[in-house]
Ligand binder design. Structure first.
Ligand code: NAD
Length: 490
């Protein structure tokens, strides 16, 4: 049993609150950890520690080589502890073990990427009068509040921590209550490799207390949030107090368009992977499949057949395809959406129920669920379900496919399947979304920016854009021939 502690100002601290968060393994409901539910005061203490550390320059004034060396050391330690972190992530989140292994490896890659990127600052100089040199430098924003969800517990955090630290900021980090374990291991690693006291602070607890305090604090210069669109709105309101910079990675309801000229086997395969990977608890999931009329029946038949054969089970069990749902609450919310879909008149082609046989009743598991005969006004087509539930719709023309795909409040991701390269590119360019694929689905690359249009967010993670979020831009103008301006007559 793990007893987790906050990490504030370089010290591991138990919470003074009696209110403890019991962390369970969603595959069997066994208690795996107790985590603090920190108070507003404890959160403020972490923010103060970050503020003092930032203002002292202890981290921001290190050379980029020194910071990069520390980030690389973090990456090495993550690799050394990869198996331990993978098992903990699987137990905490419920995902399939090899999915967790990818997350841990990606976390190390992300630290290495930003260690490299920070050594290549992108300065600019301008051609102004030749008596003046004008240039642009980038500086850390200051104290960064980082708030993350539970679906990729370590990786979503690292997408923020690595660029924030690379740029020289101090951080106050809040993991999701459901999945705090691997984050605490990362903070152990950061302590071991010598991140100075106060630069990296970890505070666990409720969103409404810890998250809200971070978002409201006048000592926090920037809040970088990944989570639901609903909470994203609250963060935006709370951040207005001191007009802190915000970056929001929010929800999605992403279209996956299949044209009749697509390679059908590939389109079906990625159609399944697009939604059932991570039990559909992935922001970029392809939860709305749109299929051209002439191949619709065949696509649905093949898709449903394969969906029925997906093996759902505990993440640590060999041979499973899809793991658990993260919590009872999330499972009930998904089951509720399934009922809504039925009431709305959609046809349930397969799934639609909780799995309880072969010991699965101990955990939270849902059968891969496919709805057909749906229309764009249905809630199951419009709202993010965040579970293993997909809708398959028919379209007859390219224009209709684009119209249906874009008829959404979200704009996170999308895909097109077609063997006509020009058409695929033409259509993808008209999809109002920030992350898109042609003839496949889901992979992301640390070099490429990640984020959404419309209500899917503001700003971009990863790549050089992910670093930009954590940097201020300053212009410096230097007069080369030092002399007065002589503007006034006397
Ligand atoms: P959530 O919005 O409920 O919670 C996210 C985090 O915010 C948690 O740490 C939570 O404790 C905290 N929080 C809750 N209320 C808060 C408040 N009032 N002030 C400050 N913080 C608060 O989301 P979730 O259920 O943990 O995660 C699922 C959501 O995350 C989905 O909508 C999914 O699409 C989204 N997501 C988006 C991306 C992306 O890159 N766009 C990636 C992963 C997940």
């Amino acid at each position: 049993m793990l007893k987790l502690k906050n990490y504030i100002n370089g010290e591991w601290r138990s919470t003074s609150s009696e209110d403890v968060n019991v962390v369970i393994n969603p595959a069997n409901q066994e208690i795996i950890a107790y985590a603090p539910r920190s108070s507003k005061e404890e959160t403020e203490e972490a923010i103060r520690a970050a503020r003092v550390a930032f203002d002292s320059g202890i981290w921001s004034s290190k050379t980029t080589h020194e910071r990069a060396a520390i980030l690389n050391a973090i990456a090495d330690k993550i690799d050394e502890r990869a198996e331990e972190l993978t098992v903990l992530e699987t137990m905490d989140n419920g995902k399939r073990k090899d999915e967790a292994a990818f997350d841990i490896a990606d976390a190390a890659t992300c630290f290495r990427y930003y260690a490299g990127l920070i050594l290549h600052p992108e300065g600019e100089t301008y051609q102004v009068p030749d008596t003046v040199q004008s240039m642009v430098v980038k500086e850390p924003v200051g104290v960064a509040g980082l708030i993350v969800p539970w679906n990729f517990p370590l990786l979503m955090g690292v997408w923020k921590i690595a660029p924030a630290l690379a740029a020289g900021n101090s951080i106050v980090y809040k993991p999701a209550e459901l999945t705090p374990i691997t984050t605490t291991k990362l903070f152990e690693i950061m302590e071991e490799v010598g991140i100075p006291k106060g630069v990296a602070n970890l505070v666990m607890g409720r969103g409404s207390v810890v998250g809200q305090t971070i978002a409201e604090s006048k000592d926090v210069d920037l809040v970088s949030f990944t989570g639901s669109t609903e909470v994203g709105r609250e963060i935006m309101r709370a951040a207005a107090g001191n007009l802190k910079k915000i970056s929001l990675e929010l929800g999605g309801k992403s279209p996956n368009i299949v044209f009749a000229d697509a390679d059908l086997e590939t389109a079906v395969d990625y159609g399944l992977f697009g939604i059932f990977f991570g039990s559909g608890q992935v922001c970029s999931s392809g939860s709305r499949i749109l299929v051209e009329e002439s191949i619709y029946d065949e696509y649905v038949a093949r898709y449903v057949e394969r969906a029925k054969n997906i093996k759902v089970g505990p993440g640590l069990q060999e041979g499973i395809d899809v793991g658990a749902i993260v919590s009872e609450g999330q499972m009930n919310s998904i089951l509720e959406y399934i009922e809504i879909g039925k009431l709305e008149g959609a046809t349930l082609a397969t799934g639609g129920y909780r799995l309880t046989e072969n010991g699965l009743d101990k955990g939270f598991f849902i059968a891969p669920t496919v709805f057909i005969d749906v229309t764009n006004d249905m809630r199951i087509v419009r709202e993010e379900i965040f579970g293993p539930v997909v809708t398959i719709q028919k379209f007859s023309t390219e224009e209709e496919a684009i119209r249906l795909a874009n008829d959404s409040d979200y704009g996170l991701a999308g895909a097109v399947f077609s063997n006509d390269g020009a058409k695929a590119l033409r259509v993808i360019k008209q999809i109002r979304a920030g992350i898109t694929w042609i003839n496949y689905y889901h992979p992301t690359y640390v070099e490429a920016p990640w984020g959404g249009y419309k209500q899917s967010g503001i700003g971009r993670s990863l790549g050089k854009y992910g670093l930009d979020d954590f940097q201020e831009i300053k212009q410096i103008n230097v007069q080369l021939n030092v002399q007065p301006i002589n503007w006034f007559t006397s």
